[in-house]
Design a binder for this molecule. Sequence first.
Ligand SMILES: Nc1ncnc2c1ncn2[C@@H]1O[C@H](COP(=O)(O)OP(=O)(O)OP(=O)(O)O)[C@@H](O)[C@H]1O
Ligand SMILES: [Mg+2]
Length: 507
Amino acid sequence: MNKSAMGDLLAQLGSILASIMFVWAIIQQYFPYNIRNFIDKYSQRFLTLFYPYIQITFNEFTGERFKRSEAYSAIETYLGTTSSMQAKRLKADVTKNNTQPLSLSMDDHEEVADNFNGVKVYWSSGKNILKTQSFSFYPTTDEKRYYKLTFHKRYRELMVRDYLNHVLKEGREIKVKNRLRKLYTNNGAQWSHVVFEHPASFQTLAMDPVKKQEIIDDLTTFSNAEEFYNRIGRAWKRGYLLFGPPGTGKSTMIAAMANFLSYDIYDLELTAVKDNTELRRLLIETSSKSIIVIEDIDCSMDLTGQRKKGKEEDEETTDPAKKAAKPPPSPENDSKASKVTLSGLLNFVDGLWSACGGDRIIVFTTNHIEKLDPALIRRGRMDKHIELSYCGFEAFRVLARNYLYLEDHVLFDEIRRLLEETQMTPADVAENLMPKTSPADVEACLRSLIGELEKVKREEKQKKIEEEEEERKKKDAPATVPAPETVKIDEIKEVKVIENGSNGSVV
Ligand SMILES: Nc1ncnc2c1ncn2[C@@H]1O[C@H](COP(=O)(O)OP(=O)(O)OP(=O)(O)O)[C@@H](O)[C@H]1O
Ligand SMILES: [Mg+2]
């Protein structure tokens, strides 16, 4: 075919197309709406006879609700990494996340491929522009965005059943990981929050590595165990009790847990809560994937469940006999004080309310585990008791690595010996390892730690001598007249009630 014949053919084709367009425009203008609809419908059906693919559309906004579809945003997140690798046109948005300051998604009318169990699927993005203008809260509602999934009809079952679930689950998980996490605290009956940016991690936490791994495994198992908890019929929650002297890393560990699991933290200040109803409301407002923390539980609540009011009462209430005799405070003289009770707290920890709304970790911390009510710390309520103790050599090595980039040193043997002989908290060891010059003078830091450890050792020795002296003085003093014997309540082991009599006998 020569060039002029080709040109003629193209011109003819052009004019035919123009005529079709013209006729279609007339049809659109003059044919009634239902006939046009009829033609549309049947032409679509005709096409699908020969079209072997299935398409599923996910709209950004669904129904009448002005709420962004959860599926759409999960898909957007899921496709984030794939899009940034494949698509040529991308949309960028700024997130406030430190690790990932930009979020990328594919621009309209782009297409990316994904692979699931060896089956290739295609995702495309697009938008419908609506001509009708109606009142809306969203200025952009006349542009309706959507994602369209295309796959071969042979894989319908696999796609609909497994692939979509996989996409939604992954999308949600990535979203949880990337979001800005929050640290909530209660200001009376209301939660207020700031962005949680504590840098602690299990890597920087100084403690015995075996114990640390055990905690990491426990947390990982818990966070993946939704099905397990459902199967055994338990609420998906876990309680941790962290105990140990001040400065041993309890609060640091909570931050590390939150960073490890990407959970929010709710730091509950019990002393600001008015009563059990308020407590319940606060706890119900906490979201899933969160850690609820009650620090220094022994100071927020005493064993009778009534909150302490002063230091003097501290001593008093540890004595069970006095406690039992203490009348419950009357509402008149105590109207301002909190009425949160131990049973109110326990009710949430493992009562019916505890199962509301997803997985939660509850952490209590205390410096005095012996002061706590056994009801509070029994297994099932506090599933795992973690003791954070004085700094051992392994914990010291973590600190040396973090603070001084030090794996080994000639002074380590001496430090190991001193650590075994003294009780120094990781907080104090860390303080001594803090570089005072830049670049760090490693030897000076280690020597300062050794000096401090020797000082503590001398003090401990001195204290021991003084205690022994005191003890000896007491022994040498003339014996005082013994007080009349009394039965202490905690010595009563069992109370038998005689069925036919009204008396109980003490065994
Ligand atoms: N095990 C540890 N690993 C790393 N740093 C630690 C550790 N323990 C304490 N520190 C450091 O000491 C400081 C105090 O620790 P933290 O606040 O966690 O102690 P705590 O056990 O919560 O004390 P308290 O009982 O007084 O609340 C932290 O700033 C932290 O840097
Ligand atoms: Mg603390």
